[in-house]
Structures are given as structure tokens and as C-alpha cells.
Design a protein around this ligand. Structure first.
Ligand SMILES: *[C@@H]1O[C@H](CO)[C@@H](O)[C@H](O)[C@H]1NC(C)=O
Ligand SMILES: *[C@@H]1O[C@H](CO)[C@@H](O)[C@H](O)[C@H]1NC(C)=O
Ligand SMILES: *[C@@H]1O[C@H](CO)[C@@H](O)[C@H](O)[C@H]1NC(C)=O
Ligand SMILES: *[C@@H]1O[C@H](CO)[C@@H](O)[C@H](O)[C@H]1NC(C)=O
Ligand SMILES: *[C@@H]1O[C@H](CO)[C@@H](O)[C@H](O)[C@H]1NC(C)=O
Length: 560
């Protein structure tokens, strides 16, 4: 008797626990405003989130539900994307102009994200206009759940570092330059968490303060518009532990390359003489070498940092070889026990047969006398009606979708006349695809795919041919969401398109994406079951419905 009552109580308790064990929710209210910032010492109009630049850090744990009510107090439509957050079954929340309408000035929209089975370092940023040139970005750090061991001792603390190139001209002027058909050119400098330091300025506030003997995790993201960077920390090595959501084999590096849109995390042990040290960031593969520094301090340390900075890696051709070698040294830690992105393909991705090969070549040219960037001869233009919404209502023509605009391989001869339109590529749900990025241009490129991670299996100089597949890393390539492609080179990635939705594949160079170097994969599940994809969010007064009546036949300029 007693024991059966006990059992019932226990069962009730377990039931409650099951209910309570729903993944926790984190709620945020974000106010997006203009405010004066001076990342390079020149005051200009910046985009602040709750008064901050960089914006607030989202510090969450695997599987958390994150609810962010974003109030747009700018004078222009605004949207944020969460690069690398997979939004399983939910491209509605991806924050690209192909999946949702921008938040109009004075309005708000509530994003709901779940960081399902993810860990690692990511960032959010604006996808509207050229707002990314003014701020509006911040770090997303997804911690492992308490019960899941991480493949290193818990660090004593951690530091989030956003860095990247910066232009003093301001986002509105830069946008006008692009709209008039010209390039924004080279940046004016590099900022580190919104500041730019010079050697000898020892009064500057330190980027980080470490207790002697302790080990810290530093997360870095390159949030710039264009320039690849290399960073290094005077007198210290950095142990790489994570790249864009995957635990890596823990090699030590004196310096690391980080291309636009990429993130990684390292461990640094404060094992040197207690004093200040310079953290140095310099541009890579760029005609004009630009550098910025910040101070890393030891608590109770004595003495300024030495003015002798650690040298940058080689530039030019030797620099590319150096960088490719570094990329090849990045390996996935196959034995670490963590939330795994892309579970289908996890351990044996090398044994899965490729069902489709898509070769994508970036190029630039002109359309009606203006500079455009594109892929395989076509340049994407965002229609006023988001692609996803038009497709959902069975009216792809409302968004000018032509599923056949972009072919699976580049044209033999790149025509001088560029075709523009809504570039959507049909994808079959759960297909295992190989994407080859071919870069015959003189500038470095970074690609990013939304909604998925991919295995970055190869980067090589020269032209891709099917025989090159024998050089792929089919064992322990890092599963991530960006890949760089050096000039006159190619890169290959493998992924299972197992996340139904409309997903943006874009150049991470803001100028290139803005002027058309992007496309969308439409991944439709058979029968379009809500088991595979959530329904359109039916929020009254939502931006989605707000915009539906505005469908028009006129095509608006990209990122209007
Ligand atoms: C982030 O979350 C982790 C785990 O919950 C916590 O240990 C850490 O102190 C938090 N960091 C910040 C900056 O709030
Ligand atoms: C806008 O904010 C209000 C007040 O916080 C909230 O009740 C409403 O749901 C939000 N609207 C959207 C579309 O998120
Ligand atoms: C990989 O992860 C395992 C398990 O957490 C850890 O013990 C090991 O040190 C890591 N290996 C490398 C090479 O980093
Ligand atoms: C992969 O392709 C090979 C050769 O076409 C075939 O023999 C094999 O059965 C396929 N494997 C799977 C898992 O479909
Ligand atoms: C692409 O998908 C759309 C929507 O399901 C369909 O109407 C169209 O026929 C498909 N096109 C191709 C080329 O498969």
C-alpha cells in the first residue's frame, strides 16, 4: 500500500519533471537606436542595441529557447540574422530578406530561436541596407549543458571579442556608393570590440584581465565587411578548441587567420611574467596592411607591454600557402562528446554517397552600367515579397522566383551581360550534397550557409575537377557554416540538406552580398509536413502580415 502510494508520488514527480524539463527560455527586449560611436576615433552614426556597440552578448546553453523582442527605433527597416544558429524547421526566424519582411521603423518583432543541439561561438548582425557597416552586431555564445563534459577543463572565465575592418564614411554614404554602382573600396582601419588601439597608448582600457596561472577562453568573430585578418597575442600561444560549433583537435597556434564572417574559440593560459601584453590584429591579402592592438592585462601585473609586436605571417602567395596549411590543420575532435550539428552525417560523412554536386563560381561584372556581383552568371535581387512567404502561399511569381535561373555549374563562358532576379535553387530534403566554390577572381572570398553546418573537406589552389575528390578530408573535417576560398582556388563542402526551409547561401563580404552574390536553397519536405517544418508564424500584427498587401509587380532594389 505504502509502496504503491510512493510509486504514484514518484510517478507524479517524474511527470512534473518531464514537463519542467522543457528546454529553458531566455527573454530579451532589445531597443535598436542610432548613437554616436567612434571605432577608429572618428565620431559617426552607429547602430546600438540597448545603447551598446558591440551589442549585448547572448550567453545561452544548448537547447535553450531564446525570445528576443526587437524594437526598431531607426528611420529605416531593420532585420537581424543569427549566423550559424540553425533554426531547426524554422527558417521563418532566420532574419534574411528572403524569409521575412524587415521590421518597419517604430515597430517591433519577436524572434524565437532555439539553439537545438548546438554549442559554440556565433554572432548576430543586421541584414538590411548596409547596417552592418554601422554596428548592430554581437556575440552569441552557446555553452555546453552542465552534464555534458567539454574536452578541456572549464576555463576560469571567458572573453568575447568581435573584430573586423571599419569604414569611417558611415553606412548611408557607403550604401549610396554601392547603389550608384561603385565599390566601397578598402577599409580605414580595424576595430577590436568597437575600439582601435595604438602601440604606446598604455592608458587604454584592457580588452581582458587574466589572473596569473589561470586559463581563459577567448571567442573571436570577424564581423568586418571585407578583410580577412590574422591575430596573435604577444608572448602567448593560443590553443584552438572550437570553430563555429565544433570542438576541434586542440593544436597550439602563435597566430590565427580569421576570414570575414568566421568565429572560433581558443584557450589562453596566463603563464608569462605578470604585466601587459599586446593583442594584435592585422589585415591579410589586402594591398594596404592595417593593424590594430588592444591590451591584455595580468591582474596585479607590473609594467607596460613591449612595443615589439609579434610579426604577421607572410603575405601574398606565400601567405596563401601558409593560410591553406593552417586551414588543413583544423580537425574535428571525433572523440569529444558534445552536441553535434547535423546529426545524420556526423561520424561517417565520408561514406555517404553524394546525390548532387553544385559548382558555384563567384564573379563580378556590370548590369545597366553598374557594378554587380553574382554566382554562375546570375545576380540575386531581393523582391519586396520575401521568397519564403511567396512560396508558402504557392505563388512564387509574387517574388519573381525562377527555380531555373541558376544552374548547378558555372557557364562555360561567363557572359558580359549579367542576369538579375530572385535566385532560388530547389533542393531535395535530406539530399547529401557536395558544393564546390570556385573563385577565379583576384580577391579572397568567404561563403556562409544558413540553417546547416557543412563539412569543410578541401581547399586547393587551381581548378576543381572530379579527380580532386580523392584529396578530400573524409575523416575529420570540421563541421562549420563558413568557408574561405582563396584567389584562383576552390573549396569543397559536404552537407545533408536536412533542415526544411528557405536558406540563404551568401558571400560574407557585405558589398558582394548586397550587390547580388547570394542565393537561397528552397528545401521542401515531401508533403510539407509540420513534423519537418513549422508553420508560418501566425502572430497578429506581425510583420509578415503587415507586408502581404504590399505585394507589387515592381521589383525593389536589393535590400531595399
Ligand atoms: C555564461 O554562462 C555560463 C554558463 O551558464 C556562465 O558560467 C558564465 O558566467 C556566463 N558568462 C557571462 C559573461 O555571463
Ligand atoms: C511588440 O511588443 C509588445 C510589447 O512588448 C508585445 O506585446 C508584442 O507581442 C510585440 N509584437 C511583435 C510582433 O513581436
Ligand atoms: C578530444 O576530446 C577528448 C574527449 O573530450 C579529449 O580527451 C581529447 O583531449 C581531445 N583531443 C584532442 C586531440 O584535442
Ligand atoms: C554508394 O554508391 C556505390 C556505387 O555506386 C554503391 O555500390 C553503394 O551501395 C552506395 N551506398 C549507399 C549507402 O547507398
Ligand atoms: C521547384 O519547386 C517548386 C515548388 O515546389 C516546383 O513548382 C518546381 O517545379 C520545382 N522546380 C524544379 C526545377 O525542380
Amino acid at each position: 500500500m505504502g509502496s504503491s502510494r510512493m510509486r504514484m508520488i514518484l510517478m507524479a514527480f517524474l511527470l512534473c519533471r518531464t514537463i519542467l524539463a522543457e528546454d529553458p527560455y531566455l527573454y530579451f527586449d532589445w531597443k535598436v537606436t542610432y548613437g554616436t560611436i567612434s571605432p577608429l576615433g572618428v565620431p559617426q552614426q552607429g547602430i546600438l542595441i540597448n545603447g551598446q556597440f558591440p551589442g549585448p552578448i547572448i550567453n545561452c546553453t544548448s537547447n535553450n529557447n531564446i525570445v528576443i523582442n526587437v524594437f526598431n527605433q531607426l528611420d529605416e527597416p531593420f532585420l537581424l540574422t543569427w549566423a550559424g544558429i540553425q533554426h531547426r524547421k524554422n527558417s521563418w526566424m532566420d532574419g534574411t530578406l528572403g524569409t521575412m519582411c524587415p521590421i518597419l521603423p517604430g515597430k517591433n518583432f519577436t524572434y524565437k530561436l532555439q539553439v537545438k543541439d548546438q554549442i559554440g561561438s556565433f554572432f548576430y548582425f543586421p541584414t538590411t541596407a548596409l547596417h552592418r557597416a554601422a554596428g548592430g552586431m554581437g556575440m552569441i555564445q552557446v555553452q555546453s549543458r552542465e552534464l555534458i563534459p567539454i574536452p578541456y577543463d572549464r576555463p576560469a572565465g571567458e572573453f568575447a571579442v568581435l573584430l573586423g575592418d571599419w569604414y569611417n564614411k558611415g553606412h548611408k554614404t557607403l550604401k549610396k556608393t554601392l547603389d550608384s554602382g561603385h565599390t566601397i573600396g578598402l577599409p580605414d582601419g580595424i576595430h577590436i570590440n568597437g575600439k582601435s588601439g595604438k602601440v604606446g597608448d598604455n592608458a587604454a582600457e584592457p580588452l581582458a584581465t587574466m589572473e596569473p596561472g589561470k586559463t581563459y577562453r577567448y571567442r573571436f568573430c570577424n564581423v568586418g565587411l571585407r578583410v580577412s585578418v590574422n591575430f596573435r597575442l604577444q608572448g602567448h600561444t593560443m590553443k584552438l578548441v572550437e570553430i563555429e560549433g565544433s570542438h576541434t583537435v586542440q593544436n597550439a597556434y602563435d597566430s590565427l587567420d580569421l576570414h570575414v564572417g568566421q568565429c572560433l574559440a581558443v584557450l589562453v593560459t596566463a603563464n608569462q611574467e605578470p604585466k601587459d601584453y599586446y593583442f594584435v590584429v592585422s589585415s591579410r591579402f589586402s594591398k594596404k596592411q592595417i593593424t590594430s592592438v588592444a591590451i591584455i592585462r595580468y591582474a596585479n601585473g607590473k609594467g607596460p607591454a613591449s612595443s615589439e609586436l609579434p610579426p604577421p605571417p607572410p603575405q601574398h602567395v606565400a601567405g596563401i600557402a601558409w593560410s591553406v596549411n593552417q586551414f588543413r590543420s583544423f580537425r574535428w575532435n571525433l572523440t569529444s562528446n558534445a552536441a553535434r550539428p547535423n546529426p545524420q552525417g556526423s561520424y561517417n560523412y565520408g561514406k555517404i554517397n553524394i546525390t548532387r554536386t553544385i559548382r558555384l563560381a563567384n564573379f563580378h561584372g556590370t548590369h545597366e552600367g553598374k557594378l554587380r556581383f553574382g554566382i554562375n552568371g546570375v545576380s540575386h535581387q531581393n523582391p519586396a515579397t520575401p521568397l519564403k512567404i511567396a512560396e508558402y502561399f504557392g505563388k512564387p511569381e509574387l517574388a519573381f522566383i525562377n527555380y531555373n535561373l541558376l544552374k548547378d555549374e558555372p557557364p562555360k563562358e561567363m557572359s558580359s551581360s549579367i542576369v538579375t532576379g530572385s535566385v532560388v535553387v530547389n533542393a531535395t530534403f535530406r539530399n547529401f550534397v557536395e558544393i564546390i566554390f570556385e573563385n577565379q577572381e583576384k580577391t579572397i572570398q568567404t561563403w556562409h550557409l544558413d540553417g546547416h553546418s557543412f563539412f569543410a573537406v578541401a581547399i586547393e589552389y587551381g581548378k576543381w575537377t572530379p579527380e580532386k575528390r580523392k584529396n578530400y578530408n573524409l575523416l575529420d573535417a570540421v563541421s562549420r557554416h563558413t568557408i574561405q576560398v582563396y584567389p584562383n582556388s576552390w573549396a569543397a563542402v559536404l552537407t545533408t540538406l536536412d533542415n526544411a526551409g528557405m536558406w540563404n547561401l551568401r558571400s560574407e563580404m557585405a558589398e558582394r552580398a548586397y550587390l547580388g552574390q547570394q542565393l537561397y536553397f528552397s528545401v521542401l519536405s515531401p508533403g510539407r509536413s509540420t513534423r519537418d517544418e513549422y508553420n508560418i508564424p501566425l502572430i497578429t500584427n506581425s510583420v509578415v502580415f503587415f507586408w502581404i498587401p504590399q505585394v507589387s509587380t515592381a521589383q525593389s532594389p536589393p535590400y531595399a
